[in-house]
Design a protein around this ligand. Structure first.
Ligand SMILES: Cc1cc2nc3c(=O)[nH]c(=O)nc-3n(C[C@H](O)[C@H](O)[C@H](O)COP(=O)(O)O)c2cc1C
Length: 211
């Protein structure tokens, strides 16, 4: 039983990473072996449309493009659960998250009937962190997150999402031109809400590893 935890933020110790490390501990508390990956350390691209995975007779759910992501895709398909965290950049998860999604899910997509070739089951947890809160989250982020959940159903497991909002982006706001933020509100969110987010991430990791 293995949980793969993927940080799709370029920052290795900030909001997304902290939540993911909590989710990792949750998975470990359920007895899961875990592997933590900083996606920005890997050299890879999105799908190259080589279409080798769609060749007649090709082994299914295998990405034939050779870079740092190909072995990770193989490991994901053998895991019990997968937890990916990403900051929101311009309303979407990061470019690296998207590149991983293209590579992982395209190998599973059947162009014969648009179902999934994948016959295993991997539970998926998706954690997004963002500056936003309130109406922006309701109107823009939640519909995006719902679409993502639908895509990750190709892995046949339970898919869960957690949103961590109004995150702290820098340690000292007084050193940056960031007058658009309510710094007091950020501080309050960090002190009161972020510990709850960490706990929720832990529960997500534990639950998905145990299902
Ligand atoms: C290039 C860039 C674009 C961003 N775009 C958005 C955005 O559209 N909406 C939002 O709420 N936050 C946005 N943010 C803020 C990040 O999502 C937020 O600070 C996040 O928690 C950072 O995660 P990290 O601390 O794990 O790196 C953006 C940050 C960057 C660097």
């Amino acid at each position: 039983m293995k949980t793969i935890v993927i940080n799709a933020s370029p920052r290795k110790n900030w909001n997304t990473a902290q939540l993911l490390k909590s989710a990792q501990k949750g998975a470990e508390s359920a007895g899961s072996e875990t592997e933590y990956i900083d996606l920005y350390d890997l050299k890879f691209t999105g799908c190259r449309s080589c279409l080798a995975c769609k060749r007649k007779g090709a082994e299914r759910c295998k990405c034939y493009w050779k870079d740092d992501l190909s072995p990770l895709i193989d490991r994901i398909t053998q895991a019990q659960s997968l937890i990916i965290g990403s900051p929101i950049y311009f309303g979407e998860p990061t470019a690296q998250f998207r590149a991983l999604l293209e590579r992982l899910l395209f190998v599973m997509l059947s162009y014969d009937n648009y179902s999934t070739y994948f016959t295993g089951k991997v539970n998926v947890g998706l954690i997004y962190t963002m500056n936003a809160s309130g109406a922006y989250v309701e109107t823009l982020i939640k519909p995006m997150a719902k679409n993502m959940e639908d895509l990750f159903r190709f892995l046949n497991g339970t898919v869960k999402t957690y949103l961590s909002c109004n995150t702290t982006q820098v340690a000292d706001y007084s050193k940056y031109s960031m007058a658009g933020f309510d710094v007091e509100k950020k501080k309050e969110t960090r002190e009161k809400q972020f510990p709850i987010d960490l706990e929720e991430a832990y529960k997500m990791g534990r639950e998905l590893a145990g299902i």
